[in-house]
Design a binder for this molecule. Structure first.
Ligand code: G3I
Length: 328
């Protein structure tokens, strides 16, 4: 009998998976058996929910919310303010020019009010602001239309509006390359600034898009300790472990090599051992997908290259890494 993944961690943290309108059908049983939390992969992003100023499209998001409810799973909301998958109308005025700051912030407030209020009873945590830190250079914040038009104040405002709409929701700042030494310092600086100013933020989301060699465990540990020192809770929000090292652009594999599988297994074992060490701080670990039959990494960074980054294989059966993780 196969142990349930989430039960193996019931004393430590929740176990989640990103889902989409299709995988709640194609992976239904696997999701229900092993996971006690879900995050919509794309269906609650700005362009999905609010493609035109006067049009909201909630169908797919509602399907996922009702799936979570029926299965008794928790639901994380992803994401309210991001530079990607955001419609053009948001940043434009009636003449097709650039909107002014005041209007942009009013639109942001209206979007957050509508969406957060709608899912008040089903979503317990929101990724309020996603990926605003600059990857390279000395600038703290990434160049974006949000920043260009509204200035850095949009970040605090997003949290304030979300808190007004649902005072019970846990509000997260979420980012990737979260363990990289320079970027983790910047993320810390941003979040500390928010905490010090009394902005309603409850946690830091570590996306954890990792691979079989990078980042190193020491960097991950340092990131966890640094964020935990803010006194906020931590969630691993989008975990996967690519079997390709950074820069490996091979496209000819039809299955992972023996060596890739060995590394994947070893890495997953180490990661979950580390997460358990910090279970006082980490409240959830969510994978960005459930089984290797569907992963966004099949399209990134090389279009149409299969990847095998999860704990369940293409037949949705537990991999060696799964056993190592649950038996650890
Ligand atoms: O909707 C179109 C569809 O009509 C078309 O047939 C299809 C053909 O390619 O594309 C569809 O849009 C794709 C969309 O996912 C929905 O599947 C986009 O091309 C594709 O770019 C988009 O990718 C998503 C990506 O965010 C966009 O930035 C991935 O599915 C999603 O997994 C990924 O998730 C992000 C998190 O939100 C934030 N952190 C990083 C993470 C991975 O990039």
């Amino acid at each position: 009998i196969i142990p349930k993944l989430y039960e193996a961690f019931s004393q430590s943290f929740d176990i989640g998976a990103a889902v989409n309108a299709r995988t709640i059908q194609t992976q239904r049983e696997l999701l229900a058996y092993h996971f006690n939390s879900v995050t919509p992969e794309n269906e609650m992003k700005f362009e999905s929910l609010h493609p035109l100023e006067d049009t909201y499209t909630f169908e797919k998001a509602d399907e996922i919310a009702s799936f979570a409810k029926t299965q008794g799973m928790k639901l994380r909301g992803h994401t309210l303010v991001w530079h990607n998958q955001t419609p053009d109308w948001l940043f434009q005025d009636a003449k097709g020019g650039t909107v002014d700051a005041k209007t942009l912030l009013a639109r942001m407030k209206s979007h957050i009010d509508t969406v957060v209020s709608r899912y008040k009873d089903s979503i317990y945590a929101w990724d309020v602001v996603n990926e605003v830190i600059a990857d390279e250079g000395t600038e703290l914040l990434r160049q974006s239309k949000w920043l260009d038009i509204a200035g850095e104040g949009f970040i605090a405002k997003a949290f304030e509006y979300a808190h007004e709409a649902d005072p019970n929701a846990l509000l997260f700042y979420n980012d990737y390359n979260e363990s990289h030494p320079a970027k983790r310092e910047k993320i810390y600086t941003l979040v500390k600034g928010l905490v010090d100013r009394g902005v309603p933020i409850n946690g830091v989301g570590l996306q954890a898009h990792w691979n079989i060699t990078n980042p190193g465990l020491d960097d991950i540990r340092s990131a966890i300790e640094l964020y935990a020192s803010l006194g906020l809770q931590l969630q691993i929000t989008e975990m996967d472990v690519s079997v390709f090292e950074h820069g490996d652009r091979r496209t000819d594999l039809t299955a992972p090599t023996e060596q890739m599988n060995e590394l994947l297994t070893e890495r997953y074992e180490q990661f979950f051992k580390l997460f358990r060490e910090y279970e006082q701080h980490i409240t959830a670990v969510t994978f960005w997908g459930a089984a290797d039959d569907y992963t966004w990494l099949d399209y990134f960074p090389v279009r149409s290259r299969k990847n095998w980054p999860l704990l369940f294989d293409e037949q949705q059966q537990p991999k060696k890494a799964f056993w190592r993780v649950v038996e650890g």
